[in-house]
Ligand binder design. Structure first.
Ligand code: B12
Ligand code: SF4
Ligand code: SF4
Length: 340
């Protein structure tokens, strides 16, 4: 197969495996390398030391594998309309089902095998949120969407509730054109809706203020200035995506069986989480993304959510910050075309 045929084969195979979008780019120096350096220098990575450790490769993915000639990027829709998991706390959608790393990674490995079989030679390496790949940027370079003001990769027909998978291969595939447009326009909904004001400016997130970081990655307790803003978010946060008009128009229920959320009654209460031991935690959450926070991280978060619920039920209580997110200001959101 020639590079054009191989690229077409990759797209076709990705669709058959259940990926909603697939594009191709080439490995090489990152056009935003300086921005990553700046971000690291300002301490926005917090406890995520791997971000500095991996910076060299992130700034040029050919350093991950000198023989790599092409980068195949896929998107996998994980959206589900179940906004909250149980009556009294929220878990970000990406973590409501089985661990996406396994589901997406095994399909990506299969895509690599199919490509190598079709070419009759070559090799591939797959990455899903575990490794030094600048995944969003590679997706943009592969034509799959734009880097939005909330820093997410938004696909113009899928929105942003997608996982990104990256496959390096030493095979030559015809690359796609990068996605050139920025379709955020003058909209600032996500920036205003963020309960912890984690966006320093459009496209720049101070991760140390982000609820996703505070509830998943941080090794320390939630600082006093962010405790109330955490609201009822027990693990991760979807607010800057929920308010986005592109998701309002295009987010649709995932078709992937492995991404179906657990039913509401399968989630323990906050009190049960606080009383849980390691064995129970492993049994309940061992196969989910919640494992990353560990039992102590989840209990830390549960204490903050309980604190916030108690504050809410007290006299003269103010609305929870995450509840305010839905009424983000209507500052000229772009008007995406309707799905139909
Ligand atoms: C570290 C990390 C985090 C950190 C930091 C997030 C961040 N914005 O950097 C924390 C823990 C906070 C986090 C949170 C979440 N994450 Co996360 N995370 C990552 C990880 C491992 C690296 C991201 C990274 O490189 N950050 C460094 C900063 C500097 O990158 P950046 O903000 O994207 O900026 C780059 C460009 O935007 C550009 N840039 C900078 N300024 C400007 C200005 C302009 C005008 C332009 C055009 C570009 C531009 O240059 C920068 C350097 O390349 C990736 C996986 C991976 N290997 O890439 C997943 C990943 C980004 N996360 C993902 C997800 C799903 C989430 C959450 C939604 C989870 C949740 N619900 O809680 C939230 C979303 C929060 C948010 N708004 O970003 C997905 C995103 C999928 C998508 N469609 O975009 C990824 C790709 C994992 C995956 N494989 O699917 N995450
Ligand atoms: S995930 Fe939540 S806390 Fe983090 S930037 Fe988005 S809205 Fe803010
Ligand atoms: S809410 Fe508006 S500014 Fe934010 S990512 Fe969506 S379109 Fe862009």
């Amino acid at each position: 197969m020639n590079p054009l045929e191989l690229a077409e084969f990759a797209r076709h195979s990705a669709a058959k495996l259940g990926f909603e979008a697939c594009g191709v780019t080439t490995p090489g120096p990152s056009p935003t390398a300086e921005k990553l350096d700046h971000w690291l220098a300002r301490g926005y990575a917090g406890d995520m030391r791997y971000m500095a450790r991996q910076a060299k490769v992130r700034k040029d993915v050919s350093r991950a594998w000198a023989d790599a000639k092409s980068v195949v990027v896929v998107l996998h829709n994980y959206y589900s309309s179940s906004g909250s998991t149980s009556g009294n706390y929220r878990v970000a959608r990406y973590a409501q089902a089985s661990d996406y790393h396994h589901v997406t990674r095994s399909k990506l490995d299969e895509l690599g095998r199919l490509l190598v079989d079709a070419a009759g030679r070559g090799a591939s390496r797959s990455y899903v949120d575990a490794g030094p790949m600048p995944e969003r940027e590679l997706a943009q370079l592969a034509g799959l969407g734009w880097l939005a003001k909330n820093t997410m990769l938004i696909h113009p027909r899928l929105g942003s509730f997608t996982f990104i998978g990256v496959l390096l291969t030493d095979l030559e595939l015809a690359p796609d054109a990068p996605f050139a447009a920025d379709r955020c326009g003058t909209c600032t909904r996500c920036l205003e809706a963020c309960p912890t004001q984690a966006f320093v400016e459009p496209h720049v997130l101070d991760a140390t203020r982000c609820i996703s970081y505070l509830t998943i990655e941080a090794k320390h307790d939630v600082p006093p200035e962010h405790r109330a803003a955490l609201g009822d978010n027990l693990f991760g946060c979807d607010i800057c995506q929920e308010v986005c008009p592109w998701n309002e128009s295009f987010a649709s229920q995932t078709a992937e069986p492995g991404f179906q959320p657990r039913p509401g009654d399968a989630w323990p209460s906050l009190e049960e989480i606080l009383a849980m031991g390691e064995a129970d935690f492993d049994a309940r959450f061992g196969d989910t993304a919640l494992e990353r926070a560990g039992l102590s991280g989840l209990q830390r978060n549960a204490r903050v959510v309980l604190e916030n619920r108690e504050a809410l039920s007290g006299p003269g209580a103010a609305p929870a910050p995450s509840a305010r997110a839905g009424s983000a200001s209507e500052s000229a959101p772009p008007k995406p075309p309707r799905r139909d």
